[in-house]
Design a protein around this ligand. Sequence first.
Ligand code: ATP
Length: 199
Amino acid sequence: MHLKSLTVKGFKSFASATTMRLEPGITCVVGPNGSGKSNVVDAIAWVLGEQGAKALRGGKMEDVIFAGTAGRAPLGRAEVTLTIDNTDGALPIDYTEVSITRRMFRSGESEYEINGNGCRLLDIQELLSDSGIGREMHIIVGQGRLDSMLHAKPEDRRAFIEEAAGVLKHRKRKEKAIRKLDAMQVNLNRLTDLTAELR
Ligand code: ATP
């Protein structure tokens, strides 16, 4: 599995539709200060469902929409599509290529698509949860975050590793199952009491 291409339109400094093709291996984005390198990384985090404006270096979520420049009017919506090569079947979906799209309007409304079909954010999170590209976005290490990861408490560092390894999802499911079992036990105890009273 590798990221194949990224298309941004109306997202931050990318007013016109711009497609970046990514090859397997390492990709470097080079450019002067303020030219939009970090905006490329923000676009990847955003299309994968990032919900925090702060994580995207903005004050509010609408800040991701192109705000206009001296020569160009602001736009009404931002759209990002990330295409992932899935020839190895790492994502649990019957397509060799998976395109994930997120669109957002100034009203704050967001739309998501998988291969052009409308879906919920939850569907995207479920699709990616075993791939190491999780909801907590530990795959994206921002400037200065490497230090905080190295200095993290052992249990926090364990959470990073578990998320990358896809263990977190199973731990969450286990916790949910234990809660259900506990509730069931309470009902069972009550039933036993009632049966004893009726005898
Ligand atoms: P550095 O090398 O300094 O870290 P960079 O290449 O990573 O810089 P970015 O931080 O990605 O640059 O881009 C900053 C630019 O994006 C600024 O010029 C800023 O005005 C522009 N920008 C951010 N949000 C928007 C927006 N909503 N509309 C228009 N331009 C935006």
